[in-house]
Ligand binder design. Structure first.
Ligand SMILES: [Zn+2]
Length: 293
């Protein structure tokens, strides 16, 4: 499942061809994505200009000149491709291989920028929804989301408050979209390793009894921001490379310190530990039993 850095990379890849451009034509080849496409989907998009392309957690938000917002989610297997000036490029690189079969190109945007933007999704867990901008803060898909991890509102005090009294593990707490939005399995593992905290550690241990942050909360918030920023930077360079090579580079993979690295030596300087894999709430967790505690 694409995580926040991948979605942000996709946003940055789509921005130059979508922002300021008009939907000249829209093809809805398959309407049954995770939810059916909204009523009059094509008519509500055609002729509208994208005034801005933003992101909230793992949702892409295209502001339209009509006053509506096109909310897009990649789901499990969704991806966008951009065809422009005779060339093809994929905004964002994905750790898991994307499906390239045209049969799974369910939605196609013909933009006035000259770009063809296709949404491909073999498993159809992705979604598109149109919401009036004025009602965005009441949108059920977004309302329950916690703070953006890279935003100023997300700090040690806020994370400690959210974790205080929680009997669940840190892994579970950080994966909870109400605590912090957009973090998934990969970057939770990476952040916990960087903060030297065990995934199974009780979430409440990053807060004092009164709910104030301790040094663990400070380290964890720093680690979350750093791993996400690093991944977004790697995605940005993959984007530049895509323009030249059209290839799938998978650059994020090279940046993982623990994710999918069971049996390998821990990359923490001076640590002699070996990365272990365990299963927590049905998902793989990777960590170093030596330098994480
Ligand atoms: Zn280690």
């Amino acid at each position: 499942m694409p995580e926040l850095p991948e979605v942000e990379t996709v946003r940055r890849g789509l921005e130059p061809v979508m922002e300021g451009a008009r939907f000249d034509a829209v093809e809805a080849r398959r309407r049954d994505l995770r939810w059916p496409l909204p009523k009059d989907f094509v008519a509500r998009l055609e002729g509208q200009t994208v005034t801005g392309l933003g992101r909230r957690a793992k949702y892409l938000l295209a502001d339209l000149s009509s006053g509506e917002v096109l909310l897009m989610h990649l789901g499990m297997s969704g991806s966008f491709r951009v065809f422009h000036d005779g060339g093809e490029r994929k905004p964002g690189s994905y750790y898991h291989e994307r499906n390239e079969q045209l049969a799974h190109d369910h939605v196609v945007f013909h933009m006035s920028s000259g770009a063809l933007v296709t949404f491909n999704d073999p498993r159809r867990f992705g979604s598109m929804k149109l919401v009036p901008r004025a009602k965005l803060d009441q949108e059920p898909l977004l309302r329950a989301l916690g703070p953006e991890p890279l935003g100023n509102a997300f700090d040690a005090a806020m994370l400690a408050r959210a974790c205080a009294g929680k009997k669940t593990s840190l892994k579970a707490a950080l994966s909870d979209q109400r605590v912090v939005a957009g973090l998934g399995n990969i970057y939770v593992c990476e952040a916990l390793h960087r903060a030297h905290l065990l995934p199974k550690r009780r979430a409440s241990t990053i807060a004092t009894r009164s709910g104030a942050p301790n040094e663990r909360a400070v380290a964890l918030v720093d680690a979350i921001k750093v791993v996400l920023q690093d991944a977004i930077r790697a995605g940005g360079s993959s984007l530049r490379d895509h323009k030249q090579t059209n290839g799938e580079l998978g650059l994020f993979q090279h940046n993982f310190r623990v994710y999918d690295r069971a049996g390998q030596t821990c990359p923490t300087p001076g640590c002699t530990g070996t990365i272990k894999r365990i299963v927590q709430t049905g998902r793989s967790t990777f960590f170093c039993p030596v330098c994480q505690n």
